[in-house]
Design a binder for this molecule. Structure first.
Ligand code: VG1
Ligand code: CO
Length: 544
């Protein structure tokens, strides 16, 4: 079989967003669409020729087809070895783990993460660099630039490979190794966490839990780790079979989309622990009995207790959080005397800090938590970390978090999403806010005085690269904040995200319902951005 050169013409808009290129499946199915983007990766990432490429996806519709295409292109572009997850499956954190473990030159991950899947829904592709993490903007910009001038791609005319059997095969001159997608990842988890202690917790008789894989990629990982290795009761993992359309749902672990799991934790007979992960396995939601742990609090709690897990017993070097994430982790970092960084939204901005050893833990408000063990956020890792804490402390989830609030104060926090908004109107809303910014400091909005107001920009402390226009921040005296930004992962219209936070030191006031505790700030946010007048929306679509 031989490599063929196919003529092509550029497509508009192949610009990766917060996490890779995400479009409707129908867009990806156009002739040459996927091929152009993949060739742009090979044309700009020269280390892949003669090197090792890791390849896998979250199993959504079009995954298998795309993997066969990419393998044939990899062979034609001179890749020496491809490591592919069995069945084309690799969770995002497992792909990162495998890139690092086998010292690959990079990886291609096929996923639109928490976006729905199926013929009418979303598909995505992203490139991860040799450190294992999402490509930084310098790389994604180079790939995007290349897509604008691409005029040919290379592809082998070899037939389809059998990806369902673990083992080695050849595709022209490229060696293809089909790997068990779970084994390397599970081994890494065993190094980091006290599996004996968790096993004992599961066998103590008094502990009931459920993990919702949402018919997405973590099913096989969770069954192997929780049920097979840790001895959780069979059936602990619900919705454990990955489906191409995730059973028709949004594989997004939040209070809205994981409502079945949430219901299992409610009431007197509610489970002690509930957890869920997203389409590609990098997000996590943590629940206790009648208790939801905000991802921002989760990061802070893990940072404060990291020494209790074997992989972090030496303590942590530092913490980072994305800008819209609540400032709860900052207080922990201050008390621990370690560095704390505020980065733009998207895991790619943590990579340099992790590589340089400046941080050990990092997280985002969007149900993302992770550490230096890989270069992606990691859903099951967070679940195991919480289980390790529960096993050591033998307190309930709620007790652990309340104790944390008593010690550090509580950052009340919510995110309001307005989805599928007219893109032009959303852009104008952001422009309107940017125009207001210079006049805001010192002004009173509602009961609070604005301390600072800016459009967040970031300078990477390691390589000096900059990222501007990362979201509008309005900070008030006393630490309250409102943040506005537009989503970079959607495929239809625009999504406006409004992030609202208030710090409350007094334990007597920690039990208010969140939306109530934040009500005045929510009103301020709506008025300041003129949300209803500009978008026609009275209420957000999703509140987390
Ligand atoms: C969202 C989240 C962001 C996260 C990104 C990818 O981006 O807000 O924190 O890193 O999704 O997560 P945006 O631009 O839509 O706000 V995943 O699990 O979808 O890869
Ligand atoms: Co994800």
């Amino acid at each position: 079989m031989a490599a063929t050169q196919v003529s092509t013409t550029p497509f508009d808009g192949q610009k990766p967003g917060t996490s890779g290129l995400r479009k409707k499946v129908k867009t990806f199915q156009q002739p040459h669409y996927l091929e152009n983007f993949v060739q742009a990766i090979f044309d700009t990432q020269r280390g892949l020729a003669g090197g090792t490429l890791v390849l896998g996806g979250d199993g959504r519709f079009y995954n298998r087809e795309a993997i066969q295409t990419i393998l044939r292109m990899a062979a034609a572009n001179g890749v020496a070895r491809a490591l592919v997850g069995q069945g084309g499956i690799l969770s995002t954190p497992a792909a990162s783990c495998i890139i690092r473990k086998y010292q690959a030159q990079g990886g291609i991950i096929l996923s639109a993460s928490h976006n729905p899947g199926g013929p009418e829904e979303d598909f995505g592709i992203k490139f991860n660099i040799d450190a294992g993490g999402p490509a930084p903007e310098s790389v994604t910009n180079a790939i995007f630039e290349r897509t604008a001038s691409i005029d040919r791609y290379l592809i082998s005319d070899a037939g389809a490979l059998d990806l369902d059997a673990v083992g080695e095969q050849a595709l022209d001159n490229m060696q293809v190794q089909v790997l068990d997608p779970v084994a390397d990842y599970a081994a890494l988890m065993e190094e980091l966490f006290d599996f004996n202690a968790i096993h004992q917790l599961f066998n103590s008789g008094g502990f009931r839990m459920c993990f919702d894989a949402m018919h997405a990629v973590t099913g096989p990982y969770a069954v192997e780790i929780l049920e097979n290795r840790l001895g959780a009761e069979p059936g602990t993992v619900m919705n454990g079979k990955p489906l191409e359309d995730f059973g028709g749902g949004h594989p997004d672990p939040n209070l809205v989309h994981a409502h079945d799991l949430v219901a299992l934790t409610q009431g007197a007979a509610g489970l002690d622990f509930g957890a869920a992960s997203d389409g590609d396995g990098d997000r996590n939601m943590i629940l206790g009995q009648d208790f939801f742990v905000t991802p921002s609090d989760s990061l802070a709690v893990l940072a404060a207790n990291a020494h209790l897990a074997p992989g972090y017993k030496q303590g942590i070097a530092g913490v980072a959080r994305s800008m819209p994430t609540s400032q709860a982790a900052d207080r922990v970092a201050e008390e621990l005397g370690v560095e704390c960084f505020e980065t733009p939204t998207g895991w790619k901005f943590f990579g340099n800090l992790l590589d340089a050893g400046r941080i050990t833990l990092c997280g985002e408000e969007s149900f993302g938590t992770g550490s230096a063990h890989v270069r992606e956020k990691d859903g099951l890792w967070a679940v195991l970390f919480w289980l390790n804490l529960l096993a050591v402390k033998r307190h309930s989830v709620a007790e652990i978090v309340r104790e944390h609030w008593r010690r550090f104060g509580r950052n009340f926090y919510t995110r309001h999403d307005y989805e599928g908004v007219d893109a032009a109107a959303a852009g104008e809303l952001m422009d309107h806010l940017r125009i207001l910014l210079p006049d805001l400091p010192g002004k009173r909005l509602g009961a609070l005085t604005v301390e600072y107001a800016d459009d967040f920009s970031y300078t990477d402390p390691i390589d000096g690269s900059t990222a501007a226009h990362q979201g509008v921040r309005v900070g008030f005296e006393g630490g309250s904040r409102i943040v506005f930004r537009l989503s970079g992962t959607g495929t239809q219209g625009a999504t406006l995200r409004v992030y609202i936070e208030r710090y409350e030191p007094a334990p007597a006031l920690h039990d208010q319902p969140v939306q109530e505790a934040l009500a005045p700030l929510i009103v301020t946010a709506r008025e300041l951005a003129q949300i209803e007048a500009r978008t026609g929306r009275r209420e957000p679509d999703v509140i987390t």
